[in-house]
Design a protein around this ligand. Structure first.
Ligand SMILES: [Zn+2]
Length: 239
């Protein structure tokens, strides 16, 4: 193969790997941080079950729709392959198909997550996320799949290095912060909120809002409120 690398790149190392019968060459290159122009100051991001992420700006990343179909196809293939004689030609053929599909699913996931984290780091000065209690969530079966497959740790890892790369700031809010149960309009905290309640209805101020959007607004406000509180303190001192 032959491919021209971007200008001024000096590969530090080259790795050749094979996945599901296909060969890959990857280069490690060093990139200098570049500060991008930020469109939004503070953004809160809520990782969800129904959609991949909801931003306090109102934007929603739904995640790849094709995934569910491919996953169904994968489990069908695995089911059909269950009685084949191990290491027979037919078994090998089916195994290859299974691993190719596995790879395709993994690549789609990686791609969606990268697009989301790049978009966040490039266009927002400050990104606020929640420190998810992943092991606690795994105990809850309904949440387990969403968190596990969307990879919270990978999401955070990518955000950390991309924020450095594009000159933005990542803030991780304490996991006990009640982002879902708090009203983003008046600050009232509900005692409980069922997972099935998709809309947040405040009994205090009658505010009504999509559950995930409400959580992301609270995350964004968790930071701006401390910022404005500092501003007020300074103003008091000046007076
Ligand atoms: Zn309220």
């Amino acid at each position: 193969m032959h491919e021209i690398l971007p200008d001024n790149t000096n590969p530090k190392s080259v790795t050749i790997s094979r996945k599901a019968n296909r060969w890959f060459v990857s280069f490690k290159v060093e990139r200098k941080p570049q500060n991008t122009e930020k469109l939004v100051d503070v953004v809160g991001v809520d990782l969800g079950i129904k959609s991949l992420a909801t931003l306090s700006t109102g934007e929603v990343f739904v995640g790849a729709k094709s995934l569910r179909k491919l996953e169904a196809k994968l489990s069908r293939l695995q089911y059909l392959n269950r009685h084949k004689v191990k290491f027979s030609q037919n078994w090998k053929k089916a195994q290859l198909k299974i691993s190719q599909l596995h790879n395709r699913i993994a690549n789609i996931r990686k791609d969606t997550l990268h697009k989301l984290t790049t978009y966040l780091a490039k266009n927002h000065s400050q990104i606020v996320i929640e420190d998810l209690n992943v092991s606690g969530m795994m105990a809850n079966h309904k949440l387990a799949k969403a968190v596990g497959s969307m990879g919270f740790y990978e999401f955070r890892r990518q955000l950390e290095y991309k924020c450095e790369l594009y000159g933005s700031q990542l803030t991780v809010v304490d996991r006990w912060f009640p982002s879902s149960k708090t009203c983003s309009n008046c600050g009232f905290v509900k005692e409980s909120l069922l997972l099935s309640e998709r809309v947040f209805n405040c009994e205090h101020c009658n505010f009504s809002c999509d559950r995930d959007l409400n959580a992301s607004l609270n995350l964004a406000q968790a930071v701006s409120s401390t910022v404005s509180a500092c501003g007020l303190d300074n103003a008091d001192v000046a007076r």
